[in-house]
Design a protein around this ligand. Structure first.
Ligand code: C2E
Ligand code: MG
Ligand code: MG
Ligand code: MG
Length: 289
């Protein structure tokens, strides 16, 4: 099958982590107005089924277009938003915006794509998180079964009160739970035992070394096997090369996400992709919104 190439999605971040450390104060205060000023937006990266290479889901990823500095990486500004507590209102906006988008695409293209949304530590500790998610689902009409909340393994279960309870409540609501960046934290196995997770996302630092480092290959292989024995599905992140693809296919990794298939796409580009796919499948063409 053809690889889905992202167009116009490649952006170089101008702000380095060093710059961010030095200008943290200025960035933090600017971030306070980013949401209200419309400087935040979401891009969506497809996730494909390993066998068919068909799009089965997408991950919503946050972008900040700073008026003077240009695009700033979430790896830089999400930590700042956590320090200031801003991640809570920003996270609510992400949830509502992404759920609304997924619901709109389901209606318009007739595709039931799963939507992955990242949650930060601060959001996960909020006792009102389940209510916030419930409201986002109600307001947008998205089926809870299509929403998958991604929890990064770098959050310590012990240091995060309410985390387990919140995830259990979300799971009961019918949402999926994915463990993000699997293998990078200190407590991967603890996470698997204590959280109601349906899926594991193998971190890209391991995937990158497929074909390079036999130890990392062994970790990927073992992670997939363990996940399957525990009846969890596995997504590999950061799939960039045909060699990665061949290895992950051989190991029966369920789904793949990475530049080999598609970069994170702005809304219009994602819609073009969905329209192409719809035509390919011989479905009636959607009426433009
Ligand atoms: P993540 O959740 O692990 O997201 C995957 C990251 O890998 C994304 O980076 C994505 O653009 C990147 N990626 C995807 N495919 C490839 C590939 O083939 N090669 C390489 N090198 N990278 C690839 P991004 O968008 O810069 O996001 C970085 C992190 O920021 C995310 O990691 C997540 O932890 C956080 N983040 C992003 N959006 C949100 C959000 O809405 N809320 C919260 N709390 N965190 C977010
Ligand atoms: Mg993620
Ligand atoms: Mg990840
Ligand atoms: Mg990551």
């Amino acid at each position: 099958a053809a690889k889905h190439q992202g167009r116009n999605a490649y952006r170089i971040y101008e702000v380095s982590p060093e710059y961010a450390r030095e200008h943290g104060m200025a960035l933090r205060s600017r971030l306070r107005h980013a949401l209200g000023n419309g400087e935040l937006r979401l891009v969506y990266q497809p996730q494909v089924d390993t066998g068919s290479e068909d799009i089965v889901g997408m991950e919503a990823l946050l972008r900040w277009e700073h008026p003077d500095l240009g695009p700033i990486s979430p790896a830089v500004f999400v930590p700042l938003a956590e320090e200031t507590g801003l991640i809570v209102p920003i996270g609510e906006w992400v949830l509502r915006t992404a759920c609304r988008q997924a619901q709109e695409w389901e209606q318009r293209y007739g595709l039931r794509l799963r939507l992955g949304v990242n949650l930060s530590a601060l959001q996960l500790m909020e006792p009102k998180l389940p209510a916030t998610v419930f409201r986002a689902l109600q307001e947008t009409g998205l089926d809870p079964a299509l929403l998958e909340l991604e929890v990064t393994e770098s959050i310590s279960i012990k240091a995060a009160p309410n985390l387990v309870e919140n995830l259990q409540a979300l799971h009961r609501m019918g949402c999926g739970i994915a463990i993000d960046d699997f293998g990078t934290g200190a407590a991967s196995l603890d996470y698997l035992r204590k959280l109601p997770a349906d899926r594991i996302k193998v971190d890209q630092s391991f995937v990158r070394n497929i074909g390079v480092d036999p130890d990392d290959e062994a970790i990927v292989r073992a992670t997939i096997e363990m996940a399957h024995r525990l009846k969890r599905t596995v997504v590999a992140e950061g799939v960039e090369t045909e060699a990665h693809l061949a290895f992950l296919r051989e190991q029966a990794c369920d789904e793949l996400q990475g530049y080999l298939f598609c970069r994170p796409l702005p809304v219009v580009s994602f819609e073009r992709l969905l329209a192409e796919r719809q035509q390919l499948m011989g479905l009636p063409t959607a009426v433009p919104a």
